[in-house]
Design a protein around this ligand. Structure first.
Ligand code: ADP
Ligand code: 5GP
Length: 190
């Protein structure tokens, strides 16, 4: 009972770029509107179709640094040349209200959350193979070659860290991975 309660509270999803985190999170939110996904702050420029305040809060480096200085972020990290962080206040407000919160963040941020919220349930999303990961990140077509190379390099470090997590889900077949996430998060998938 206590474990289920904790899992319902704060769930964190990490995994290498291109593994399918965004795709699975979108599906989870469609099926489970009671979940609240934290919108991160970033210095990365918006991709086509991304909207400020919806996909990310887009910041210049100086204003991101201000957020850090003011203690406004629960965690933050640099990833492939840009900064990303979780705004603290909205997460704390949702948790206090009893809303299940989902964070989709990279490894260094996950480690910070592990220290500040040891009760968070941390899931690592892994690809079936490194080759499939590369195909997916290239197939998405959102990054230039230099950014793809940087993300794939980082992916190697992230994949080595999967044993630090409470659970690992392999995103081979999308529907199977979705069911695995739902089961781990105690969500009804009827
Ligand atoms: P991330 O958010 O982890 O960077 P995305 O959700 O953007 O990854 O997915 C990267 C690409 O892989 C997208 O083009 C997406 O459609 C595709 N994808 C995600 N999951 C699967 C899957 N299970 N099988 C095949 N393609 C997938
Ligand atoms: P992308 O540029 O592909 O949207 O995200 C790059 C990486 O940053 C992904 O691994 C994503 O999970 C991670 N990320 C997104 N938001 C945050 C955040 O708030 N904090 C941290 N630490 N990582 C984040």
């Amino acid at each position: 009972m206590a474990t289920t309660d904790r899992r319902a509270r704060l769930t964190l999803l990490t995994g290498p770029s291109g593994v399918g985190k965004g795709t699975l999170v979108t599906r989870l939110l469609e099926h489970h509107p009671q979940l609240w996904l934290s919108v991160s702050a970033t210095t990365r420029p918006p991709r086509q179709g991304e909207r400020d305040g919806v996909h990310y809060f887009f910041h210049a480096r100086e204003s991101f640094d201000q957020l850090v200085k003011q203690g406004g972020l629960l965690e933050w990290a640099e990833f492939a040349g840009n900064c990303y962080g979780t705004p603290k206040q909205p997460v704390m407000e949702r948790l206090l209200a009893g809303t299940p919160v989902l964070l989709e963040i990279e490894l260094e941020g996950a480690r910070q959350v592990r220290r500040s919220f040891p009760e968070a349930f941390q899931i690592f999303l892994a690809p079936p193979s490194f080759g499939v990961l590369e195909q997916r990140i290239r197939g998405r077509g959102t990054e230039a070659e230099a950014a793809i190379v940087s993300r794939l390099k980082r992916a190697k470090t992230e994949l080595e860290a999967q044993k630090e997590f409470d659970a690992v889900v392999i995103n081979d077949d999308l529907e199977t991975a979705l069911c695995d996430l739902e089961r781990l998060m105690g969500l009804d998938n009827a």
